[in-house]
Design a protein around this ligand. Sequence first.
Ligand SMILES: Cc1cc2nc3c(=O)[nH]c(=O)nc-3n(C[C@H](O)[C@H](O)[C@H](O)COP(=O)(O)OP(=O)(O)OC[C@H]3O[C@@H](n4cnc5c(N)ncnc54)[C@H](O)[C@@H]3O)c2cc1C
Length: 503
Amino acid sequence: MDPPAPTPFVDDLRAALGDDAVDVTAATRERYGRNRLPLGDRLPLLVVYPDNTAAVQSTVRLANRHGVALYPVSTGENSGLGLRSPSHRSCAVVDLGARMNRILGVDEVLCTAELEPGVSYQQLYDELERRGHPLMLDTTSGPPDGGIVGNTLDKGAGYTPYFDHFGMSCGLEVVLGDGRVLRTADGALPGSRTWHLGKYGYGPFLDGLFVQSNFGIVTRLGVWLMPRPPVIRTFFFLYPDDDDLVEIMERVRPLKLSNAVPTLLKVTSDLYGLGTVTRYPTARSGGVTPLPDALRRELREEHGLGAWCVSGALYGATEESIAPALARVRAHFEASGRARYVSHEEALEHPAHRIHVDTFSGRPTRQELGLLEWRAGGGAAWFLPATPVVGAIAREHQRLSRRILAEHGFEYVVELVCGPRLARALHLILFDRRDPDEAARARDCYRALAAAYAAAGYPVSRAPLDFQAEAMTRLDTFPEVCASLKHALDPGGVLAPGRYGIE
Ligand SMILES: Cc1cc2nc3c(=O)[nH]c(=O)nc-3n(C[C@H](O)[C@H](O)[C@H](O)COP(=O)(O)OP(=O)(O)OC[C@H]3O[C@@H](n4cnc5c(N)ncnc54)[C@H](O)[C@@H]3O)c2cc1C
């Protein structure tokens, strides 16, 4: 049985924020409780829609008074990680995105923007377009309706030189668990004119406390933007075999260490690419999972993909100025004779490659969401371990993942997003969520992957809601310190209890 909406809390919220700022209807609760994860939907008690920082403060103070937990979301498009579902059923979701979705300012001289939590990637892109694209944002390859604040607070990332969304954020406004408002970094000085310019401020650097935690509700964020390069040229190399991953990683590392390529380099597996343009071929496979190698090869050929596709981009003032760097990158990847080059112009015509053209150009795209349709039933969970950019280790990780996924009846749908030293190994476990047996296998598969990688010394960087607490138990003194901080900043324990395993 779901707990009923706590009437005195709802009455006080309505009195403070207005009738239409609170929704307790079953349809809304169902919509907010829906997610794609294996452990099922999690309906919140109710949903609150504040429209400014003071309204968030009132909500937090009332939550403390009535002992009701809150779960903040911004745009709530955290697909494969939890969407808008709260950490506990006894939470009221605070949807900041519905009404606090204003771009508060764009500074074209110092290349910053100040945003409310509901500003989506598409919205900021459209605003920059309206201004004639003087600046480029870094976007995810996920939902364009997803937002910059929520993604940053979940340590999300993109692909351009500004890929590190927390790294490129500067200055937060946060409502703490006791209702106080904290402005971080240079924003701590009343009237500061450098809030979104000076990241580290005076005294301890507190911004990091508010990512992947439950210590506050962020109501405003400064982000840095990059001047849009006049010319962007992507490049692609298709490799024929799964084991080519060893060569690929050895070639990627020096390019990134020397910064010869300014973007991250994506190393995309065949099914990750195929899933963006087609569905699981039930008729041809007879429903077998994982797909036989011969069929995978056929599908790759039909869709112009490799076992692996390496992509990146070069930026410059003119096409001529980029040409020498592109020639060097081609010589580097083509040296062994295994890679087939695909040009920027060809990629524009290919929907799977076009995703990379868009993301390396700071343009939101819906095409990658096709992955969520690869299997019927819509289940999706991201497993996100770290893989060093070393061929032999990447080969071991590929073997480990393929084995565990196959044992549980799932495909290897992986993209390695490589910096100079570390790759984010994006594994997408796709399953039929309507089938309880398959959902249970997806749960077990995630747990087996997480346990095996942790035992080998490779942690995850982010976890779906269903598995956040479990990931925290693997860490040493870290959870205890987080619990002390929680007690100091949210003494009533009203903010997202259990998020990232912090109670
Ligand atoms: C095909 C596909 C591709 C994807 N590609 C990427 C990618 O390239 N990079 C990437 O990072 N992700 C990716 N994702 C994952 C996800 O969809 C995006 O990261 C999405 O932008 C995050 O959701 P959101 O911005 O709507 O955040 P929200 O759902 O609003 O927020 C995320 C979490 O942060 C917390 N939070 C949110 N707002 C606040 C606040 N104001 N104060 C305190 N806590 C808050 C909440 O716990 C919330 O659950 C992808 C997903 C799919 C399906």
